[in-house]
Design a protein around this ligand. Structure first.
Ligand SMILES: [Zn+2]
Length: 284
């Protein structure tokens, strides 16, 4: 093969690579992460969506925004560490692009809690079940519009009394890991929205409900957050709330040993470390 031909072949190959890269571009931020952390997927293609992201047993629809499709995935605290393949799927389930991700072990505490939990009567159990159903519905809320424009902030400026991911034993029995962040806040202190969002649930739950009085926000693009154990709820379902506005007051309702805020952050319904999410959104 003579020199000009080799050069031309090289240029053609480069051209082809460029073309295919433009046809489908996948950008994953946070592809090396720890249990409980978040990653962002951005996907561009010449064909129109919908597209889904599939990784580590989760499948979520991507949201169309600014000529790209994007979404956030949270890997839970009990996700098995190791390598996974993240795939972008079209409507038929065909893989359009893929990338390896690596999940490293988080470092989590173990905590033993003693709390009186007398058995509920069937009537009380029915009330709690109905309330749980409402929580599940709120968690499934997915506003396709991004309501938050800047990085998330802490909802209260106080000491963290329980980090995300702590393995908990309630009265000697494993009760799952702590799916949020607890702040040691004084009774009655205002809890502020960490970002713009829409209120999807705001209500006083029965005293048998572990969460107590609860507010749930949908920030859009699959990002939701919950505020529990409140003494007072200050917002209404459907209301838009701005970053920094008060949504409720610190309390000790539900299963709580004293005044504090439990703040849960969900990405497509999967609980994720809110403190990591704050740092993550500062870099977006
Ligand atoms: Zn908590």
């Amino acid at each position: 093969m003579n020199k000009p031909l080799i050069l031309m072949t090289g240029i053609c190959l480069l051209f082809l690579t460029r073309l295919s890269a433009r046809a489908a571009e996948l950008d994953v931020r946070g592809a090396e992460l720890r249990q409980g952390q978040a990653l962002q997927v951005r996907f561009r293609a010449e064909q129109a969506g919908p597209f889904r992201v599939q990784v580590a047993g989760q499948t979520h629809t991507l949201f169309e925004e600014a000529e790209a499709y994007q979404g956030f995935v949270g890997l839970p605290a009990d996700q098995k560490p190791g390598g996974y393949t993240l795939r972008i799927l079209d409507e038929t389930g065909q893989t359009l692009a893929s990338q390896k991700i690596e999940v490293y072990p988080g470092s989590f505490y173990t905590q033993h809690i003693r709390f009186p939990s007398p058995p509920l009567t069937p009537e009380q159990e029915a009330v709690v079940q109905a309330e749980r159903q409402e929580m599940d519905t709120a968690r499934a809320s997915r506003s396709p519009d991004r309501l938050w424009q800047s990085a998330f902030a802490v909802p209260v400026p106080h000491r963290v009394s329980a980090v995300y991911g702590t393995r908990r034993y309630l009265n000697g029995k494993y009760n799952g890991y702590h799916g949020g962040v607890d702040f040691a806040s004084p009774m009655g202190y205002p809890v502020k929205a960490p970002a713009d969002g829409r209120v999807v649930l705001a209500r006083y739950f029965s005293k048998y409900n572990a969460n107590g009085n609860t507010v749930f926000l949908d920030h859009g693009l699959g990002v939701t957050s919950v505020y529990i154990h409140l003494s007072k709820v200050l917002v209404q379902p459907g209301q838009l709330i701005r970053k920094g506005e008060a949504l409720g007051l610190i309390g000790s309702s539900g299963r709580s040993t004293g005044p504090h805020l439990h703040w849960g952050l969900y990405l497509n319904g999967q609980n994720t470390d809110g403190l990591h999410w704050i740092r993550f959104t500062q870099q977006l």
